[in-house]
Structure formats: C-alpha cells, structure tokens
Design a protein around this ligand. Structure first.
Ligand SMILES: *Cc1c(COP(=O)(O)O)cnc(C)c1O
Ligand SMILES: [Zn+2]
Length: 477
C-alpha cells in the first residue's frame, strides 16, 4: 500500500468563462480565447469511479503511515490532485497534514457550539499557500523533465504568504527554476517580507496595493515566458484541495454535520476547498457535503456583496479595499471569483450549502486574540473565521448540533504586528478598531536597571523575588 500509485490521469485546462479546453502540458493562466480563469480537470476521472468509495477510503487511510516522502504531504491524495507526476517530480517540504485542534471548554461556551481550528499555519512557510506551491512546483519539475527546459522564471504578486511559499519552494528545487516576487510596498508584514528575502528570491516592491501588483504580473505573464504562481495558476488550486481531503479523512469520511469556515481574499482557497469536497462526493468517498461558509471583512467584501443579493439578479462588482488586519485577504477584485461562482452552483446542485458572511475589523482582531487566549495559534484571518462563526450563529446559518472547522490560514507570528498595535493602543484609525482593555496584555516590569545596579546579586534575586510574590499575592509554603 505504500508503493507509488500506478494510475495516471489526463489533465486539461477548462475555462470557467467560455468552457474552452486546453492541453494540460502547457503553462496557461488565463484562457487564450476569453481571458477567463481555468480549473484543471481529469479526462480519466471516470476511471476513478470504478473503485468504490470504501476502497478509496482504505487506500488513503493506509497511506497515513507511509514513509514514502512523495506521498506524505498533499500527494497522499495523488489520484485526486495531479496524477500525472512521477515520483521524481514531486516536491515535499512537509506541507499538509496539519492538525485539527478542538476548541477548549471556554471557547466552546463563548460560541455555544463545538468547533475546531485546522492549523494551516503549521505548514513549512507557515501558511496554507505551501499546499498549492507543492503542486505548482511539482508541475514545473514535470515540465522541465518532459521538455528539457533549461530555465524557467517564476513570478508572483503577493499579499505576503504566496511569495514566502514560492520563494521557499524555488530555493529548494533550485535547478532550472528562479523566483521573483512582487510585493505592494509597506502592505506586507515584516515577517512576510523577511521570508522570501531569506530564501534568496529577488523581491521587487511596487507602490500600491496587491491588486496593482497583480496587474503588473499579468502583463509579464501575458507577454513573456514566465511561470505565474498566483492562484490564477490552476495547479495551485489542485494542491490546496488537500485541505478538504484532510478534513474529511480526519472525521472518518463523515462530514454531514460539519461547517467549514474559510476567509476569502483572492478566493483561490475557497475554490479549492469546494472543488475538493465535490470530488470526494463524486467518488462516493463522502456521502454528504459539508456546509461551507466564506468570511470577508467589511473592508474587502466583493464576494459577500455578490451572494447577499437575491439569487435571480446577482451582479458582481469589484470593491475599493479599506485597510484590513486580515491583510492576506484584503483583495477587492478576487481573480478566482468566476471559479467560485461556477463551483457554488455545482455544490448547491449536489445538495451542498454555501454562504458568505461579513465581519467587522474589530471582530477580526478581537477574535484572533480570544482564540489565542484559548491556546490556538490563529492569524488575523483565523480570527476572521471565528468572527464569521459568531456571525453565522447570530444569523442562524449554523445550528446547535453542527460543528465548525475554522481555517487558521497562517501562523499567528506572521501577523503579530497587529496584536502589538492592539496592545500598545496605536492602531491607525482607518482600521476602525478600538482595543478592549480586557484583551490587552503587556509585560510587567519588576525593578529597573538602576535599582539592579545598586544591589549585589543576592539582594537583586531577593528583591525581585519579593516583588513578584507581592504582585501575585502568593503565600509561603
Ligand atoms: C492567501 C491567504 C488568504 C486568502 O486566500 P485566497 O485563496 O486568496 O482567498 C487568507 N489567509 C492567508 C494567511 C493567506 O495567506
Ligand atoms: Zn475562455
């Protein structure tokens, strides 16, 4: 069971706007006919249906303990993701298989429901983007092997985490692949800027916001031979589907009462998660679809706005973003919106439920702090999910016997500057966040340097000890 699978699929790009199909062996980002976005589909998908759902569950469960590196991460679900790669194509840097942590008593009481965080911040570059990058880079390896390309330049615009992941995978693969990342100047956290620099990537800063960088990247990808690593890249979507597969497997392939909360930025992640659950359902690996609820900040909410209109007359328009602490989701014109729209239609036709809720910046940051005070490692987007859960509860989109799984899309440390501003009460007014005294935590200084200098060491230990004792009000044993 721990052998590399024999099955091979035949992947092709399918345009989500005009339906045109193109060979999967090429680097496409948008449809040459209509500029629409693609999803990858498998011409041999029906062959997978010849294997029963039960058998698939057994196959994936058996791979849980494999020591075959190439099947340890997202490619545990090889047949569902990109079954064209050979083992030597696959890059594994420890991505995927992130833990699902049940909220403690206090948090469950606060929310009034059982819920879990899936800690995608425990991926190697500390965000879920590694799932997609592992697949995108495996594809580049596949192309380099197949066509004997001598050099390929990868490029991405980023709200921070895409570039961190891209630079890390490029640094590992090295060989013919070189990586350039474009960042909106001053709009990524210092940690996210440090990551691609540390990986040795060429980092280019441009004035403006993410959407401006994206336009420049599109110009380059349309006119030059570069591999675009933004979520327009349909290979990334395939890799990110693993998030859905892992949830289903963790709950023993029964997700009937589960509600999946996902923050929406460029909408690639939610695309992947919807598609992932649909594939499991088509193969009867799961027999019912979980409810999926997207979450957006009021400061960047085009997808929420679309779905809050009456079904018959929905129109999509990009929005001008306002500053958001959920900075990785601060996107006014999500490139994956057409994918979401199509997939949601299919999801609903298959009996699944989809909603989008809107939350305030205040709720996002408060919720991140509250979650982490309950032992989690949620980033601001993870806080956004908890805020979304509270909103969904208030709107009765989630009810008593359902259980929520919140996506902590990155590690809290990447976004720690927002916590710091909150604690130091200097959040710029445009975020519209007022720190709550009960959530503020600051270091307490005991003795100062001048006092310490006046004391010998034994006196210092005693004085400091006594001050801590009186601070804590503890009694002698
Ligand atoms: C990229 C990112 C998002 C947004 O995901 P999309 O696929 O763009 O919707 C959310 N959180 C974090 C931490 C991210 O890096
Ligand atoms: Zn098209």
């Amino acid at each position: 069971m721990n052998n590399f699978p024999n099955y091979r699929g035949d992947l092709f790009y399918k345009c989500q706007e005009c339906g045109a199909e193109f060979e999967g062996d090429e680097l496409y980002y948008t449809c040459p006919r209509c500029k629409g976005v693609f999803l990858l589909e498998n011409k041999e998908f029906s062959k997978l249906k010849e294997v029963s759902g039960q058998k698939w569950r057994e196959i994936f469960d058996a791979r849980l303990g494999t020591k075959l590196n190439v099947l340890r991460g997202i490619f545990r679900y090889y047949e569902l993701i990109a079954p064209i790669f050979e083992p030597e194509d696959i890059v594994y840097l420890g991505e995927g298989n992130t833990p699902i942590i049940e909220a403690n008593h206090n948090l469950k009481k606060l929310v009034g429901l059982k819920f879990f965080y899936k800690n995608d911040g425990q991926n190697p570059s500390a965000s879920f983007k590694d799932r997609g990058m592992a697949c995108a880079f495996s594809f580049l390896n596949y192309l380099v092997r197949k066509f004997e390309w001598s050099e390929i330049l990868t490029i991405c615009a980023s709200t921070g985490d895409t570039s961190a992941a891209a630079a890390m995978y490029a640094a590992y693969v090295n060989k013919a692949i070189k990586s350039v990342v474009l960042l909106p100047q001053g709009k990524v956290t210092p940690q996210q800027l440090a990551q691609p620099l540390g990986s040795g990537a060429l980092v280019i800063e441009l004035p403006g916001v993410f959407d401006d960088c994206m336009k420049v990247v599109e110009f380059l990808a349309d006119n030059y031979r570069v591999a675009l690593l933004n979520s327009k890249n349909a290979w990334r979507i395939l890799g990110q589907e693993s998030y859905a597969y892992e949830i289903a497997q963790w709950f023993d392939w029964d997700v009937a009462n589960k509600v999946i909360f996902v923050p929406i930025g460029n909408a690639g992640n939610i695309t992947a998660i919807i598609n992932g659950f649909l594939k499991l359902y088509q193969l009867q690996i799961i027999d019912s679809l979980p409810k999926i609820i997207g979450v957006q900040s009021r400061h960047a909410d085009p997808v929420f706005r679309f779905y809050s209109q009456p079904k018959a007359s929905r129109t999509y328009s990009p929005v001008q973003v306002e500053p958001s602490v959920a900075q990785a989701a601060m996107i006014g014109n999500p490139v994956s919106f057409p994918r979401v729209k199509n997939l949601v239609e299919r999801y609903e036709k298959s009996g699944g439920t989809f909603h989008v809720v809107q939350v305030e910046e205040q709720e996002i940051l408060d919720c991140m702090l509250i979650a982490n005070r309950g032992g989690h490692i949620a980033c601001t987007q993870g806080g956004e999910c908890l805020a979304g859960l509270l909103r969904a509860k208030e709107k009765q989109l989630i009810v008593k016997d359902e259980e929520a799984i919140l996506d902590a899309t990155a590690h809290m440390l990447k976004f720690i500057g927002f916590q710091q501003m909150y604690f130091e009460e200097n959040i710029p007014p445009s975020y519209e966040i007022v720190p709550k005294p009960e959530l503020i935590n600051k270091p307490v200084q005991v003795l100062d340097q001048t006092t310490k200098d006046r004391l010998d060491f034994a006196e210092f230990v005693q004085r400091a000890g006594n001050e801590i004792v009186s601070l804590l009000g503890i009694s002698k044993r």
